[in-house]
Write a protein that binds this ligand. Structure first.
Ligand code: XMP
Length: 525
């Protein structure tokens, strides 16, 4: 195991991710972790970057006992400053903040000193790295040698003459440092001799054990599922850990995809054995949405109605559970939060504070007096997919396009009616069916049909039709922050247009939306 101590850099989780990619198990703990409280001995320690200056009052510092562990240590960015601070306190703020690409020159050593170059083994003498820091060393700390430089820094890489301590000013964990993984491998595998036997199966075992310990023998957990990959994977993990003491709730808000609630019920219950409760609240939602055209109002109504329905169901489940002798109270709320959902901003409040806080909680667990359980909070999307596959979740679900919480309501411009929802659902189903048939589903990040406001004129047979306008949207993106419209063949679009025209009653026109994000968003509202 490699111990990663987190000083709050936005990149820290990428370090653990890179280690996982190398099949190495790591534990990520706050930088203030007391070494004597560890129940295990790490094979090596990585000190992450962080947003502070080591000389600032209140700046976090690692427990000096880390230097008595007698294991290799790699300090990245702030971690390098920390190494220096503990070895002579020579750091000075850099004259200019360095941010972005830099050319790294590796200084090779020979003879007795050759071992200091082990971190850079197999890397070219000139290599591109990513910098993001304010402080830089002004002088070499006691006992260290320069192993790499950049134009702006004579100490971009340092290594201890005798001990296996290494400091680097740049970030090897980001993809902007192309040889970064090799460097992390050099440290973890060659220098620390960490075992490369970690895999998703090991993650599942560890997480199940953690959930069981947290929840106890009788504890019960409740959580919402949507049919998306994150909530399904989280739910399946809970089911494996505590069986029916996990209660999944699916609220059918009437603006889901066509037959979605039925299909989710089938997959989760029959397929995955999850204890699922479906609340059919379509009429309640559509009633409250009646005549509301403002997108933010629609979102609010759907959010609040969801909370009402969920709470009511939770209450019902809790009452039933209270009558089961083998089970205790529902005290936990499952949330499928992934690492990218975890807020990047950091508040450092002293030795015992947790460093990162959360958003995206929606206030629901707190309102219900429930504690949060988040089994996916260290993982990235692709890792969740891999985990889902290893838990036996069907491929179709694992690779599902994202679907917004407010559903089709934000894909209908203007007010929402049952008739408009039907039209969008049917058109959407045809569009997605054809995308799958053409083998394009995975190439596209998100695709859907939406309904424009107003009507247009058409002719069906000899009849004049005053019908609805469907817009199709398909985008390609890696992070959903920016996106490009997918370029279909004309024949593909013509086919989808024909099918929608023939099969969906009430549609007069079919448009294809080509605006990228920005300036547009992915959804229409
Ligand atoms: P936009 O439209 O902002 O969408 O470019 C980016 C991604 O977020 C999804 N999205 C939402 N998801 N509640 C959600 O749960 C929402 O209110 C919401 N709005 C947008 C959208 O589907 C896309 O994947």
């Amino acid at each position: 195991t490699i111990l990663v101590l987190d000083f709050g850099s936005q990149y820290t989780h990428l370090i653990t991710r890179r280690l996982r990619e190398l099949n190495i198990y790591s534990e990520l703990l706050p930088c203030t972790q007391k070494i004597q409280d560890l129940t295990w001995k790490p094979k090596g320690v990585i000190l992450s970057g962080g947003p502070y200056s080591v000389y600032a009052p209140g700046a976090p510092h690692v427990d000096p006992a880390v230097f008595t562990l007698d294991v290799p240590i790699l300090g990245i960015c702030y971690g390098l400053q920390e190494l220096a601070w503990h070895h002579g306190k020579n750091v000075l703020a850099g004259e200019k903040r360095e941010y972005g690409h830099a050319a790294l020159q590796i200084q090779r050593h020979s003879g007795k000193q050759a071992h200091v170059d082990r971190l850079f083994e197999g890397l070219p003498d000139d290599t591109e790295v990513w910098m993001s820091h304010g402080d830089k060393l002004s002088k070499m700390p006691d006992g260290f040698l320069t192993v790499a430089t950049t134009q702006n820094s004579a100490f971009a890489g340092i290594a201890h003459e005798k001990k296996e301590y290494y400091g680097i000013q740049f970030h090897p964990e980001v993809t902007h440092t192309p040889k970064g993984t090799q460097l992390i491998r050099n440290f973890a595998v060659n220098i620390c001799k960490a075992r490369q036997d970690w895999n998703m199966g090991a993650f599942v075992d560890k997480e199940i054990a953690r959930i069981r310990a947290l929840v106890g023998d009788k504890g019960q957990v409740i959580g919402a599922v949507s049919g998306g990959v994150d909530s399904t994977v989280a739910a399946k993990l809970m089911q494996e850990a505590i069986g029916d003491r996990f209660h999944a709730v699916l609220v059918d808000n009437g603006v889901l995809r066509k037959d979605e609630a039925k299909q989710v019920k089938k997959t989760l219950t029959a397929g995955l054995g999850i204890n699922l409760n479906v609340v059919d609240a379509s009429e309640l939602f559509l009633g409250r949405l009646q005549g509301v055209a403002d997108p933010e109002k629609k979102r609010k109504i759907i959010g609040n109605t969801f909370i009402d329905c969920f709470q009511e169901k939770a209450h019902e489940i809790a009452e039933a559970a209270a009558n089961t002798p083998r089970a205790g109270k529902i005290e936990w709320f499952l949330q499928g939060t992934l690492y990218p959902d975890v807020i990047e901003s950091i508040s450092f409040k002293g030795p015992s504070a947790t460093i990162k806080t959360h958003h995206n909680v929606g206030g629901l667990p707190a309102k219900m007096g429930l504690k949060l359980i988040e089994p996916l909070r260290e993982l990235f999307k692709d890792e969740v997919r891999e985990l889902g596959t290893s838990l036996g979740i069907p491929e179709e679900l694992v690779w599902r396009h994202p679907f917004p919480g407010p559903g089709i309501a934000v894909r209908i411009i203007g007010d929402v009616t049952a008739e408009k929802v039907r039209i969008v659902q049917e058109a959407d189903q045809i569009f997605i069916e054809e995308i799958r048939a053409a083998g394009l589903y995975r190439e596209i990040s998100q695709a859907f049909a939406a309904l424009m406001e107003g009507k247009a004129v058409g002719v069906v047979g000899d009849q004049r039709l005053h019908g609805h306008i469907i817009a199709l949207r398909a985008v390609v993106t890696s992070d959903f922050m920016t996106a490009d419209a997918f370029e279909f063949d004309k024949s593909f679009l013509r086919k989808v247009k024909n099918r929608i025209g023939n099969e969906v009653a009430g549609v007069a026109r079919v448009l294809y939306e080509i605006t990228s994000k920005p300036p547009a968003t992915i959804e229409f509202e």
